[in-house]
Design a protein. Structure first.
Ligand code: AMP
Length: 286
């Protein structure tokens, strides 16, 4: 069932809440196999599965990025119906009004994508809080690809005393390792081929860290390599603690490598957990 209206949504949710657990998957649409892996996982349990499709204008700091974001609603609805999603929520136009209250998550939103995407995570946190209050899901399923977003959502859940459990599922990749993303379709074939260097670099850095520890020069080496391959900008290539994105200390554990780079004006992101214990840090990595 497709729901576009808040009053109807509330009624349905009130009714379902007594009968079944609610599992929620927020999306921007232009669905691909990454999104589907979340839906398939949700459907395995006997939950009531809610998927939202909403290109949240608040999380696009550039109008051009918002306008060029791929919009494929008809196809998305077909996919979700085929996958027997119980409720598809398409928020009404006034979901984002001009006098909207804004939620800002401190610290975590000041790192990585928060540095050059002003207001992006405020946009994410605000809309997620609205969704969670309305849908009251027992679970929310998120993809590991958007790791910083997961931390933001966890913080909102904690700070606003919500009881939704966060389930994180692995990143689904193309054959060459590039993380599936709605933005991938905006790249020319040529650029698309080059883009696999992001995941290759993450894997190599991870191996090097496991073997020899972190050497800041090597991070610079990979940044230059990515630029030489055809990316116009590396927004960041950083190794941080995955608990809170803080800088690694002397004996790092639970670290993750984060990357963002632009190709033909398209921003790609990815990250990889460093699986085995890593060596002593020799400097600040960025
Ligand atoms: P988006 O529509 O890009 O906002 O993504 C909606 C949800 O799907 C988020 O939780 C994303 O992390 C997740 N997602 C996007 N791409 C992938 C992927 N390649 N693998 C797994 N999950 C993904």
């Amino acid at each position: 069932m497709i729901v576009k209206n808040i009053v109807s949504l509330r009624k349905i949710i009130e009714d379902i809440n007594f009968k079944k657990k609610i599992c929620f998957i927020p999306t921007l649409g232009n669905l691909h196999k990454g999104h589907l892996s979340l839906v398939e996982n949700a459907k395995k349990k006997r939950d009531f599965v809610v998927v939202s499709i909403f290109i949240n204008p608040l999380q696009f700091e550039k109008k051009r990025d918002f306008e060029s974001y791929p919009k494929t609603l008809k196809n998305d609805l077909d996919i979700l119906k085929k996958n027997k999603v119980d409720l598809i929520f398409l928020p009404p136009k006034n979901f984002v009004s001009s006098n909207l209250s804004i939620v800002k998550v401190n610290k975590i939103s000041e790192k990585l994508c928060g540095i050059d995407r002003t207001g992006h995570f405020e946009g994410v946190a605000t809309i997620i809080l609205k969704f969670l209050r309305l849908i009251k899901p027992n679970k929310i399923i998120l993809g590991e690809k958007d790791f910083q977003q997961i931390l933001i959502i966890k913080q909102v859940i904690k700070d606003f005393f919500l009881s939704t459990k966060v389930i994180v599922l692995p990143t689904i990749r193309d054959m060459d390792g590039l993380a599936l993303s709605s933005r991938n379709s905006l790249m020319s074939n040529n650029k698309r081929k080059l883009a696999s260097i992001l995941y290759e670099s993450l894997k190599k850095i991870c191996e090097e860290i496991i073997n020899t520890g972190i050497i800041p020069n090597r991070i610079d080496y990979y940044k230059i390599k990515i630029l030489k391959a055809g990316f116009e900008k590396v927004n960041y290539l950083e190794i941080l603690k995955d608990k809170d994105l803080s800088i690694l200390d002397e004996k790092p554990s639970n670290a993750r490598i984060f990357i963002s780079a632009d190709i033909s004006g398209i921003r790609l992101i990815d990250n990889l957990k460093i699986k085995r214990k890593i060596g002593i840090v020799k400097g600040i990595i960025s």
